[in-house]
Design a protein. Sequence first.
Length: 390
Amino acid sequence: MENTQYYVAKTFAGIEPLLAEELAALGARNCKVLSRSVSFEGDRDMLYRANYYSRLALRILWLQKKFTFTNNRQFYEQVFDFPAEKFMGPDNTLAVHATIADTIFKTPLYASVLAKDAVCDRFRDRCGRRPSVDKEAPDLQLHLHVYKNEAQLFLDSSGESLHKRGYKVQNHPAPINEVVAAAMLKLSGWKADCDLIDPMCGGGTILIEAAMQALNIPAGFYRRNYGFCYWKTFDEERWKQIRREARIKDDVQVDFYGSDINPRFLEIAETNIRKARLEDFISLRQKDMRQVTPARKPALVMMNPPYGERLAVDDLNEFYSEIGDSLKNNFSGCRAFVISSDMDALKHVGLKPSMKAKLFNGPLECRFLGYDLFAGDHKSFVKNKKNADE
Ligand SMILES: C[S@@+](CC[C@H](N)C(=O)[O-])C[C@H]1O[C@@H](n2cnc3c(N)ncnc32)[C@H](O)[C@@H]1O
């Protein structure tokens, strides 16, 4: 293929294989699962497409050069040779991020400062002025991955992390990350084929991500800014064209129900849902999780109960055992998924999981467990299922 470029999409541990599948479906070639990332190939459109449509990537990096070095001087010279002026001018701002492993640099900060000096010195040599550094919102962000004596220099095409979809007007104090919520929905196998219920919905992340998936709303639909929009090479017409490829549905056959015990959090959910213009699809009500029942069955229940990390609960084990009782008593015939970082509390749900996955909600290691909520005992459920499958 002409004009093949090499990219790396970053994500959380545990999501890589799903991300590789998603990128391949978007047209990426040669997707390879790496640690907390997926490498892939494609043309320039692929860079725009991955940023706009990927629900599972945190950022998309574009490889500019690979080099080897044996000392600081060589590292500096290699970065100096990178033609940053193709992407930015001396009046734009710059940030350099570095990750290092087993190399001559003692700290990533040292590598990033050396690289930043190299880019700035190149500008000073060429036009007498140098860009300034802006760590918060730079016009151009470079990423250097340094392993032993090898370095890869990337441009960060996303800017702000892609989990910032643009619909969170207000923040819940203990939110699930949008990329993790999207991955939970994919892992559950839900295909918008039954109602979705979040009985502890907080700021509404799971509900909004689910409705976006069901209606085919691109992950970046509500977001205005991407790193590449500030590059000199930005092709605005092509970018518009790629966004126009979205085939958003105007209706779905399923409903989305959210509830929470705390009215303050429901207000946050309501604001976010309104920002996403999904209020016609998602119903909210104030309710204790123990009183929630499905409007129709089967339904899929997905919840992110308090972990006791950021929201206090008196007796977490007792609370999780009540979650198990409510699922068993109120949702027979449905499937349920629970994510939590409290492994002990999760055991108190007291149901046998039919699916287990390890996910990370930011820095918190979590278990994501799925339950088939059958009526009666597990033995007869397995027997009936076997008979039905034969
Ligand atoms: C970890 S937060 C959920 C965050 C949400 N996933 C988001 O992204 O914003 C847990 C939520 O459970 C709610 N909660 C706690 N006890 C509850 C109960 N008994 N019934 C319903 N909701 C409850 C809390 O008010 C809180 O909003």
